[in-house]
Design a protein around this ligand. Structure first.
Ligand code: TXA
Ligand code: MG
Length: 343
């Protein structure tokens, strides 16, 4: 495996690998992706294999120019107006839009669905790689299936290093959380995953959208399971550290005990201070804060990075505080709920 910083040369090498049917981990503004040529079924199979990802979970198709859109999707007449509003406002950026797929995209990429989630990332290196590789890259996040998403090249190296042909190191992903997945193929627009573009921002632009991200929707034991197949990747347990994680609400901080061998993750300094009150420093609590001043963007940016770090400590449990349930806080809380689903 080649581990190289992003340069003009390494991007060209990476594109050659992708054109030749190989797989490359690359930076985007959300998280690192593991990319293959979106038109090459064999290469895409390698991505599923490397991640240990079940074949029923479709990949996102990444483009780097609006002209490429028609090569990967086929927006019907009734979707075009919404698509054009959304693309104008949020592309390039952290929004994946589900559209009817172009027949040239092999079925394995979309897990047999007639639709494909399309994203135009804003990251410069990602855009260059996509353009040099033929225009469309199919890429999930570059982590083993179900595990924490990678926000740094090191995260990919440590988990998938021996399973990919190349890792391009472009530093930390600027947003640190995955893209929002939005389905505009039906009568009602549906949010299938909270992410880098908030529900509020989308609703300000196109009006009310349906939130289909509740955990119950994706628990295979419930009646809603069928609906969950709208976005099979939204499995109940996902984005999980290896160490068991439990969540807590801001209101419950004062009664949160200090356990041995546990780490505590707070949303902001004031929450952390409340908890520390009356606790003896001699107990040496392990704690982290997502954003001292409670900035939601900073908190989102640091979430996976801190979880990766805590996951490497010798502790038995992680307690994590929910963020305010608004804007990117909804995406943070969604990741925390899924990370704690098996605890
Ligand atoms: O920010 C991101 O989206 C990152 C970077 C690399 O672009 N990618 C990413 O991919 O998070 P992945 O595979 O980890 O998540 C893709 C999500 C899954 O929840 C999947 O089910 C959903 O998108 N998805 C993909 N195609 C879909 C489709 N045709 N219909 C509904 N959901 C789809
Ligand atoms: Mg993922």
């Amino acid at each position: 495996m080649n581990y190289l910083p992003v340069t003009h040369r390494s991007l060209k090498q990476a594109a050659e690998i992708i054109r030749g049917g190989g797989i490359v981990a690359f930076p985007t503004e959300t998280v690192y992706g593991l990319g293959a040529d979106a038109f090459n079924a064999g290469a895409i199979a390698k991505v599923f294999e490397a991640k240990g990802r079940p074949r029923f979970d479709p990949l996102i198709i990444h483009i780097a120019a609006m002209e490429t859109l028609e090569m990967v999707a086929a927006a019907a007449y009734n979707m075009r107006q919404k698509l054009s509003l959304l693309a104008k406002k949020f592309w390039p950026g952290p929004l994946s839009i589900v559209l009817p797929k172009n027949e040239k995209i092999p079925g394995i990429a979309t897990a047999g669905l007639p639709t494909a989630a399309i994203r135009f990332p804003s990251h410069e290196a990602a855009q260059k790689l996509i353009s040099l590789s033929g225009g469309a890259i199919a890429a999930p996040s570059a982590n083993p299936f179900g595990a924490l998403s990678p926000t740094k090249a090191e995260h990919v190296r440590d988990t998938l290093g021996n399973k990919v042909d190349m890792i391009l190191d472009g530093g930390s992903a600027q947003i640190g959380l995955e893209s929002t997945v939005l389905d505009i193929t039906g009568g009602r627009v549906k949010i299938l995953r909270h992410g880098g573009v908030s529900k509020e921002e989308i609703e300000n632009l196109i009006g009310a959208v349906e939130d289909c991200t509740a955990l119950e929707n994706t628990d295979s034991k419930t009646a809603k399971a069928e609906e969950a197949y709208a976005s099979p990747g939204q499995l109940k347990s996902h984005y999980a550290p290896k160490i068991p994680l439990s969540t807590f609400k801001t209101d419950d901080i004062s009664s949160l005990p200090l356990e041995q061998n546990a780490a505590y993750l707070f949303f902001d300094d004031s929450s952390c201070d409340t908890w520390l009150e009356g606790k003896s420093r001699a107990q040496n609590p392990v704690f982290r804060v997502l954003s001292s001043s409670g900035q939601i963007r900073e908190a989102a940016f640091r979430l996976f990075e801190i979880l990766h770090e805590l996951d490497s400590l010798r502790i038995k449990r992680i307690f994590a505080q929910f963020a305010p349930e608004q804007r990117l806080g909804m995406a943070i809380n969604d990741r925390l709920r899924r990370a704690s689903a098996n605890t």
